[in-house]
Each structure stands twice: as structure tokens, then as C-alpha cells.
Design a protein around this ligand. Structure first.
Ligand SMILES: N[C@@H](CCC(=O)N[C@@H](CS)C(=O)NCC(=O)O)C(=O)O
Length: 208
């Protein structure tokens, strides 16, 4: 039994694409009054984030007793149970595992995009590995092609639509690859889904 009234702390920036997944889930599940967002700096070795999540990654959800939950997929499942919902991840059956796999595919776009951005952040331009960047670009291209062939429904919110929104939003924001010209169905999906689901606009990464 999960605590019916407990409040939680979410360690996340407003710019983290994985943090945005959790912020969208909080919005959709109506849990905004139970979660306080406290930013964390993943590069600061003195930030308490590294004690809360030894991997030093965002997002991380803290319970009142200090228990830390990560990563975004685990937090979303926890929040949906807390809300007494099964809207975002089906509880069982093949549907659960196919939806989780599609969400992993969308998250893989974000992971590869982040690794490309980190290449620029952690290395001098002269030492960029073009082979590594191409390897990541390939993952993004194949995952986007899969979603282009079969976009999710634009009138349904679940962990796939949330993960894909955050992945495409991150590509638009940091631009590790240009994706829009070659994926017209995904462009339409993102626009239509943004019309359908108000949490898309409410969690948009703020302009710098
Ligand atoms: N699989 C994790 C990925 C989390 C992740 O990569 N977060 C990024 C920020 S968006 C991060 O914390 N990066 C810092 C690092 O890797 O050290 C999730 O779904 O939460």
C-alpha cells in the first residue's frame, strides 16, 4: 500500500528531457500538489544528488523517509500506482511489454541525443569522435524511422506518447540531429498530440 498523503521531492532541472517525462506524468496523473521540484546539478560533485542516486542522474524522486526512486520509468510506474491509475503503463499482459518496449525505443532517442550533446560538452572539438557520433545518429535514425512508420495515437496519453514527446522535444531543443524534414508523420503526430494533451505545453522546456 502506497502512502495516500505523502509528499515527494523530484530532483530534476526543467530542461532535463527525462525529467520532463516525469513532469508530464505528474501533470497527467493530477499529482502536482504532492511533488516539489528541486533542481540538481549533475556536474557538481557536492550536489546531494550523488548520494540520492549514486549514478548522479536526473530525475530522482525522494520519498519522505529519504528513499530514492529512479530512473524515469520506475518513477512513472510508482506515480501511476500512487494515483491509482493504469493509464500510462498497462499493469500486465503483452500490451504492457509492447508499450514498455516502445517507450524504451523513444527513450533511446533521448539517450543517443544526450550522448551526442555530451560529446560536445566533455571534449574539445578536435577530439570529437565522428565514428561515435555516427553510431549514435544511427540509433536515432532507426528509432525515428520505426515511429514514422507507426506513430502512436495522437489522442491517447501513455508512457509511449510521453517518452516520444520528450525525445522529439529534446531533438528540437539541442538539435543533435535534424529530424523534421524526413519524418512528416512524426511532425504531424507531435503537433496533434500537443493539441490533445495539455501537459505537453505545460512542461515544455523553457526558452534559454
Ligand atoms: N535512464 C535514465 C536516464 C537519465 C539521464 O540520462 N539523465 C540525464 C539528464 S536528462 C543525466 O542525469 N545526465 C547526467 C549524467 O549522465 O551524468 C532515466 O530514464 O531517467
Amino acid at each position: 500500500m502506497l502512502p495516500p498523503t505523502e509528499t515527494f521531492t523530484l530532483r530534476s532541472t526543467l530542461t532535463s528531457p527525462f525529467g520532463r517525462k516525469v513532469r508530464m506524468a505528474i501533470d497527467v496523473l493530477g499529482l502536482a500538489d504532492r511533488v516539489t521540484i528541486v533542481p540538481a546539478d549533475t556536474l557538481d560533485e557536492n550536489d546531494t544528488l550523488r548520494q540520492q542516486n549514486p549514478l548522479g542522474k536526473l530525475p530522482c524522486l525522494l520519498l519522505a523517509d529519504g528513499t530514492a526512486l529512479y530512473d524515469s520509468r520506475v518513477i512513472i510506474e510508482f506515480l501511476q500506482e500512487l494515483a491509482g491509475s493504469s493509464r500510462l503503463v498497462p499493469p500486465r499482459g503483452l500490451e504492457r511489454y509492447t508499450i514498455l518496449s516502445r517507450a524504451v525505443l523513444a527513450d533511446g532517442i533521448t539517450d543517443a541525443g544526450l550522448l551526442m550533446v555530451y560529446e560536445g560538452r566533455f571534449r574539445e572539438p578536435a577530439t570529437f569522435s565522428e565514428r561515435w557520433l555516427k553510431h549514435q545518429r544511427g540509433k536515432i535514425a532507426r528509432a525515428l524511422a520505426t515511429f514514422e512508420t507507426a506513430p502512436p495515437p495522437s489522442d491517447r496519453t501513455d508512457v509511449v506518447s510521453i517518452s516520444l514527446t520528450c525525445a522529439l522535444g529534446y531533438l528540437d531543443w539541442r538539435k543533435p540531429v535534424a529530424w523534421r524534414d524526413e519524418h512528416p508523420r512524426l511532425v504531424s503526430w507531435l503537433a496533434a498530440y500537443g493539441e490533445y494533451e495539455p501537459a505537453v505545453a505545460r512542461t515544455r522546456i523553457p526558452a534559454a
